[in-house]
Design a protein around this ligand. Structure first.
Ligand SMILES: Cc1cc2nc3c(=O)[nH]c(=O)nc-3n(C[C@H](O)[C@H](O)[C@H](O)COP(=O)(O)O)c2cc1C
Length: 196
């Protein structure tokens, strides 16, 4: 588990020419749909996209790597070759929407773990332009909440321990290796004293 979880990093540069098959994408949605869900409401639906035409229509709406201020996102040739649009179906909500967002975290982590197992890398993108929805014939009960970009990775991503408590910014070195600081186990553990 540690190996696959440690390997499942966010990738933002891909071999754009390597396609991701619809079969693979459906297998990944099969993993997403099996995740835990508050009240077992399972309110998420997924639109999978793998044609170069539609991928190129989606790309301009996406925001990439806010901490890498001098990088505008993947260039042509390094862009994702597939996307999963995660849509909240309000008709399926059994409780507050915040609960559904938890479910989406679980679902997309399942998806990304399964993707890595197939040597497919991904990036969850919350920073997308909401106008993305206007590309589609969207019924009012559906809302795009997250986009997962997928492709065959074309970059090395490594995790390292945070150097200081407040610096969690990922960074890229001269070789183009992407570094992701993670808080240490020690700094994630709490032992609260009991009240008298
Ligand atoms: C809910 C969520 C939204 C995210 N949105 C974006 C985004 O809009 N753009 C982006 O480049 N990365 C996005 N990321 C990726 C994070 O930046 C990434 O998870 C973080 O840097 C840690 O790297 P790691 O996934 O390799 O551990 C998002 C991640 C999550 C979980």
């Amino acid at each position: 588990m540690l190996e696959i979880i440690a390997k499942t990093r966010t990738f933002r540069r891909f071999n754009q020419k390597e396609p991701i098959s619809m079969t693979s994408l459906h297998e990944l949605i099969d993993l997403a749909r099996l995740g835990g869900s508050a009240r077992n409401g399972q309110p998420w639906q997924y639109m999978v996209v793998n044609t170069p035409e539609l991928c190129s229509k989606i790309f301009p709406y996406l925001g990439w790597a806010g901490y890498l201020t001098d990088w505008k996102g993947p260039v042509e040739g390094e862009r994702p070759s597939a996307y999963v649009l995660c849509l909240l179906n309000k008709n399926r909500l059994k409780g507050p929407e915040s609960e559904a967002q938890f479910d989406l975290g679980v679902a997309t982590q399942n998806l990304l773990l399964g993707a890595m197992d197939k040597r497919i890398g991904g990036c969850r993108i919350g920073a997308f332009n909401p106008q993305l929805a206007s590309l589609f014939d969207m019924p009012e009960y559906l809302t795009i909440s997250l986009v997962v970009a997928l492709g065959k990775p074309r970059e090395t991503v490594i995790i390292e321990e945070c150097k200081s408590e407040d610096d969690v910014r990922y960074w890229r070195d001269e070789q183009g290796v992407h570094h992701v600081p993670k808080r240490s186990l020690k700094s994630c553990l709490l032992d609260l004293g009991l009240r008298e």
